[in-house]
Design a protein around this ligand. Structure first.
Ligand SMILES: CC/C=C\CCC/C=C/C(=O)SCCNC(=O)CCNC(=O)[C@H](O)C(C)(C)COP(=O)(O)OP(=O)(O)OC[C@H]1O[C@@H](n2cnc3c(N)ncnc32)[C@H](O)[C@@H]1OP(=O)(O)O
Length: 248
């Protein structure tokens, strides 16, 4: 029925390394150019993890040129996903913090597995970093200004039930039904004529995408100088240490 399933596979946690981002963007571009494909189901092949978000090791201990290159690719993937003409449905089968949540938010519909161990949200502030304005814009578009304001400041990671309540996801289903539900949602969306759905999607999303497009270079500069700061590098170091210690 012209539907592709994209499975993220970058073990152990599907972090979005530079290589992973680049491959993702290229795969998406190929699908976009394949006129037989009308929809994509985005999911993960890593057990219990949808995506751990941006790769912290791409943002820690590197040089400014690397940060700039990395951020350019993060922007590129986001723009491709967010403005895709295809129907995107995410089957969120695991934890989905920060950049992982970003991927899901780009989709037209989000189905999440009902497992309280899986959380989702833009938790950047917990890491001592700040979600950029275009992450924030998409959050506001999805859950509204007040909820986004609170969740962004607190770095809230929502359980599936909370995510459903606040509108971060559209549906929560038993874990073994995430894929079948994503498929049935896709069938419903495929019944809508492409041209009218695409024009409507574009109308809803264009201003948000344009907001980044018009200041991409400034956004790269801003990210590079922010992430290069000693204080921010120190925060990332502490967060990485905390992740290590968690293992015991
Ligand atoms: C001006 C704008 C400035 C800045 C904007 C930046 C925006 C940033 C966006 C982001 O996405 S930042 C990343 C946020 N991600 C997280 O906070 C998730 C952190 N990870 C976790 O919470 C957990 O790892 C988990 C995803 C819930 C999985 O837990 P689990 O117990 O299964 O695995 P474990 O924690 O043992 O991790 C295994 C291994 O993977 C490493 N790891 C985890 N996450 C990342 C990551 N995002 N990037 C790189 N590496 C990651 C972890 O350290 C372990 O490594 P080790 O085996 O070498 O110890």
């Amino acid at each position: 029925m012209g539907v592709a399933v994209m499975k993220l596979r970058n073990p152990p946690v599907n972090s979005l390394s530079l290589e992973c981002l680049t491959e993702f963007t290229i795969s998406l571009e190929k699908l976009e150019n394949d006129k037989s494909i009308r929809g994509v189901i985005l999911t993960s092949e890593c057990p219990g993890i949808f995506s751990a978000g941006l790769d912290l090791l791409e943002m820690y201990g590197r040089n400014p040129a690397h940060y700039a290159e990395y951020w350019k690719n993060v922007q590129e993937l986001w723009l491709r996903l967010y403005t895709s003409n295809m129907i995107l449905v995410s089957a969120i089968n695991g934890a989905s913090p920060a950049g992982g949540c970003l991927l899901a938010l780009c989709c037209d519909y989000r189905v999440m597995a009902d497992n309280p161990k899986y959380t989702i949200g833009l938790n950047e502030s917990l890491l001592g970093i700040v979600a950029p304005f275009w992450f924030k814009d998409m959050y506001v578009n999805t859950i509204g200004h007040r909820e986004a304001e609170r969740a962004l400041q607190l770095g809230t990671l929502f359980s599936p039930a909370e995510a459903l309540k606040v509108g971060v996801v559209d549906e929560v289903v038993p874990e073994d039904q995430v894929h079948s539900k994503a498929r049935s949602v896709m069938t419903k969306w495929l019944a809508i004529p492409d041209h009218s759905r695409q024009l409507t999607k574009n109308m809803m999303r264009k201003a948000t995408a344009d907001n980044l497009i018009k200041q991409r270079e400034a956004d790269i500069q801003n990210f590079t100088s922010f992430i290069s700061k000693d204080s921010i590098q120190k925060s990332l170091h502490m967060y990485l240490e905390k992740l290590k210690q968690k293992k015991g």
